[in-house]
Design a binder for this molecule. Structure first.
Ligand code: NDP
Length: 299
């Protein structure tokens, strides 16, 4: 029988001693995830292409109390197999297994506005001249293919966690959280067809991997964020790698945002801790979107 005291939030969401890895963990949503996991006891390794950004994130945001740490493991380009292999090699020299992989690295893509006019000729001109195959490929490589290859690269270390987990119910302990987007679920292109199509693929990739890798004992879920402050959404970050996203900017996206503001770090933190710890959840996509998908066409 589970006593009431076992249901305290501090117990349910405790990740003390966990080894986690977050791609793109030095800024924006990746950094929010790193802070949430480190605040609750995990050793959180962060990677990205800019090493200085990772070092600064760790310096500014590693918790001052408890066992948790944010650790800049080194640079990695998640679109490159050799770079991913080096990362796995380095990680294996530090940890025997990986409890949680967060595939968060992502980029925006070409922008073009299909609402310029109702004339097919005008729409075609806008989209044809402002976008190209190369931009589409880059977005898909970073937002979709890299999620696939990063997960595969770390699958044995994730399975090692499920096999070695000390808590008794070992099955489904190692897990992956893919940061997709509400943009991959809605039917509004938001003036960036390529990004939204890539995120739609990311959502489906999560479901495919959750089913195909179930036999390894590794869960795969996704968080589909709405608007959160980051370098992607604001174009910059401050000396602590943090960004500010004003209410006006969130409201100016051409559709209603019921929350009327950007998401907060705490709201992202709750989602990542929930998926990380709840072993009864696999193949789910949790929307943390301020209610947008309730008012913008989706399914
Ligand atoms: P940021 O630009 O702040 O973060 C993206 C991170 O990804 C950066 O730290 C970047 O670091 C890293 N990155 C990009 N390309 C690569 C690469 N090839 N190899 C390794 N790291 C890479 O933006 P967000 O925090 O917004 O983005 C994080 C994720 O959240 C993305 O997948 C995004 O699509 C998703 N998202 C964001 C939303 C938002 O409102 N902020 C909404 C919905 C989804 P570096 O440049 O140093 O490599």
């Amino acid at each position: 029988m589970v006593g009431t005291h076992n249901l305290q939030a501090s117990k349910l969401f405790n990740v003390d001693g966990w080894a986690c890895l977050i791609t793109g963990g030095g800024t924006g949503i990746g950094l929010m995830n790193a802070q949430a996991l480190a605040a609750n006891g995990a050793r959180v390794y962060i990677t990205g292409r800019r090493y200085g950004v990772l070092v600064n994130a760790a310096k500014e945001h590693s918790p001052k109390e408890g066992n948790g740490k944010i650790i800049p493991i080194g640079p990695c380009d998640v679109t490159n197999k050799e770079s991913l292999e080096s990362l796995v090699h380095k990680f294996s020299s530090l940890e025997p297994h990986l409890n949680l992989l967060v595939c968060n690295a992502g980029i925006s893509g070409p922008k073009a506005d299909p609402s310029v006019s109702s004339s097919a000729k005008d729409i075609a001109h806008e989209l044809w001249t402002k976008e190209n195959f190369s931009d589409w490929s880059s977005v898909f490589t970073t937002n979709v293919s890299s999620v696939y290859f990063t997960t595969i690269a770390f699958l044995p270390l994730l399975q090692a966690c499920s096999a070695a987990h000390p808590e008794g119910h070992n099955h489904m302990a190692g897990n992956v959280i893919v940061i997709s987007s509400m943009s991959g679920i809605m039917r509004n292109a938001q003036k960036h067809f390529a990004y939204n199509a890539s995120k739609g693929a990311t959502v489906h990739l999560t479901k495919l991997m959750s089913t195909e890798f179930e036999k390894t004992g590794v869960r795969v879920n996704s968080i589909a964020p709405g608007y959160f402050p980051s370098e992607m959404t604001t174009g910059e970050s401050d000396e602590k790698n943090k960004s500010e996203l004003s209410d006006d900017k969130v409201k100016g996206h051409g559709h209603k945002v019921p929350a009327q503001r950007a998401g907060h770090d705490e709201e992202m933190a709750m989602a990542v801790l929930f998926l990380a710890k709840d072993r009864y959840v696999n193949g789910s996509v949790i929307c943390v979107d301020g209610g947008v998908l309730g008012v913008v066409p989706g399914n």
